[in-house]
Design a protein around this ligand. Structure first.
Ligand code: SAH
Length: 356
C-alpha cells in the first residue's frame, strides 16, 4: 500500500478531508508520512535549509543564543531547546560557536523537540557529544527553568487550513476524489462561525486565505511558557510578515516543486509561516515579540559580513564558496527577504538582531 491508497480509503470512508488533515498525514502518517519514513535533507536530498547552506548560519545563531542567555542574567540551569533539528547541523554549529563562553554550555540542558524517528537517529549521531534529550512536543520539555529556544523551518511543517471566498460566501478547500478516484481539490461550506484572518475580511471572490491552528497553538503555548518561566525563542522560516492571501502549499522533491496531490508522502510538504498570527498568539498569552525581520537583515545585524570575511581570510582558496553562501543566505533574490525571523521573549528584554 502507499499513502495515496490510504488517503483514497480514508476519503471514501469519511468524505473529503481538510488541507490541514491532508498535510498532517503526508508529513506524519506513521506508515507512509514523509518525516516518519523518508526525510531527505541536503544537497542530494529533497530540500536544503540555511544551516546546510553554510556553517555561518548556526554559528551566528549560537552567538545570538549566548547573547540572549547573558541578557537573561545567565540563568543556570536553563533549557536550550531546538524544535525540528533536522540532521542536527544547526545545533552542532551553535554549540561550536558557543564554546567561547564555557558557562553557557555548563548551564544548558539540551532538549531536541522532534517527531521524526529517522531524524532522531541522525541527531543521536551528530549531537552525541552534547548529551541531548528528546521530546515529542514542547509540552514534554519540563517547565520550571528559562528557555532559549531556536527553530529553523519548523513552522512551515505545521499544517494550515485553506479557505476560498466564493460568490456565496467563504468555503473550505478540501482534498476529495474525482470520477476516476484520484485525489482532487474541492470546496465545502466553511464551518459556521468561520471568520477570515484579521486584515483579510474584504477580498474579492476567488481569493484564497490560509490559517494554521497548529502554528497559532504553538505561538500561544510558547508565549504562556515564556511568560511563566522566562526566556527567548527565535523562529526562522519562509513566510509572510503581514496578512496576505494566496495558496502557499508546496511540495518539494529533489529540489523541484512537484504536484501536491500526486506526491503524497514522497515529498516535503509545506505552507508559509504565518508570522503575524504566530506572534499575535504569543503576545495574547503574555509574552512580548520583536518586529518580523528579514533573514538577511537579521544575519547582517549579528555580524555575518565579519564572519564571512574572517572565514575567507583563513581559507583564501574557499573565498568564492563563502561569498556564494553569504549571498544565498542574505540576498533578496535568494533567502534574504522571503525568509523571516521573529523572536518571542519575556517582557522587558531586549534581544540582538532586530531593528526595534
Ligand atoms: N531545522 C532543520 C530541519 C528543518 S526540516 C534545518 O534547518 O535544517 C523540519 C524539521 O521539523 C524536521 O526535523 C522535522 O522532522 C521536524 N518536524 C516536523 N513537524 C514537527 C512537529 N510537529 N514537531 C516537532 N518537529 C517537527
Amino acid at each position: 500500500m502507499s499513502l495515496s491508497t490510504k488517503l483514497v480509503r480514508l476519503i471514501r470512508a469519511d468524505g473529503p478531508m481538510t488541507v490541514e488533515a491532508f498535510m498532517r498525514l503526508c508529513l506524519h502518517d506513521p506508515e507512509f508520512g514523509y518525516y516518519a519514513t523518508r526525510p531527505r535533507l541536503g544537497a542530494d536530498g529533497d530540500f536544503l535549509t540555511a544551516p546546510l547552506v553554510s556553517q555561518m548560519f548556526g554559528e551566528l545563531i549560537g552567538l545570538w543564543a549566548v547573547d540572549a542567555w547573558t541578557r537573561l542574567g545567565r540563568p543556570a540551569p536553563f533549557r536550550l531547546v531546538e524544535m525540528g533539528p533536522g540532521d542536527g547541523a544547526l545545533m552542532s554549529d551553535l554549540m561550536r560557536a558557543a564554546r567561547v563562553i564555557p558557562s553557557f554550555r555548563a548551564s544548558a540542558e539540551l532538549w531536541l523537540v522532534e517527531t521524526s524517528g529517522p531524524l532522531i537517529a541522525r541527531q543521536r549521531e551528530t549531537l552525541a557529544a552534547h548529551g541531548p534529550r528528546w521530546a515529542g512536543s514542547l509540552a514534554e520539555v519540563p517547565a520550571g527553568a528559562p528557555l532559549v529556544l531556536i527553530a529553523n523551518e519548523l513552522l512551515d511543517c505545521l499544517p494550515a487550513r485553506q479557505f476560498v471566498r466564493t460568490a456565496a460566501g467563504w468555503a473550505e478547500r478540501r482534498v476529495g476524489l474525482d470520477a476516476q478516484a484520484a485525489l482532487t481539490f474541492g470546496l465545502s461550506p466553511a464551518p459556521s462561525g468561520f471568520l477570515p484572518p484579521r486584515g483579510l475580511e474584504n477580498l474579492p471572490p476567488g481569493s484564497l486565505v490560509e490559517a494554521s491552528p497548529a502554528q497559532e497553538a504553538l505561538g500561544a503555548e510558547l508565549g504562556a511558557r515564556i511568560a511563566a518561566d522566562g526566556g527567548v525563542a527565535v523562529f526562522i522560516d519562509y513566510g509572510r510578515d503581514r496578512p496576505e492571501p494566496g495558496d502557499t502549499l508546496q511540495a518539494l522533491r529533489a529540489h523541484r516543486k512537484v504536484d501536491v496531490l500526486t506526491s503524497a508522502g514522497e515529498a516535503d510538504l509545506t505552507v508559509h509561516a504565518d508570522f503575524p498570527a504566530f506572534a499575535a498568539a504569543a503576545r495574547a498569552a503574555g509574552a512580548a515579540t520583536t518586529a518580523i525581520t528579514g533573514q538577511g537583515d537579521f544575519l547582517r545585524a549579528l555580524g555575518l559580513d565579519l564572519r564571512a570575511q574572517a572565514l575567507a581570510d583563513a581559507r583564501p582558496d574557499q573565498a568564492d564558496v563563502i561569498a556564494r553562501q553569504r549571498h544565498r543566505l542574505t540576498s533578496p533574490d535568494e533567502m534574504g527577504t522571503l525568509f523571516k525571523v521573529v523572536c518571542v521573549h519575556q517582557a522587558g528584554l531586549e534581544v540582538a538582531g532586530f531593528a526595534d
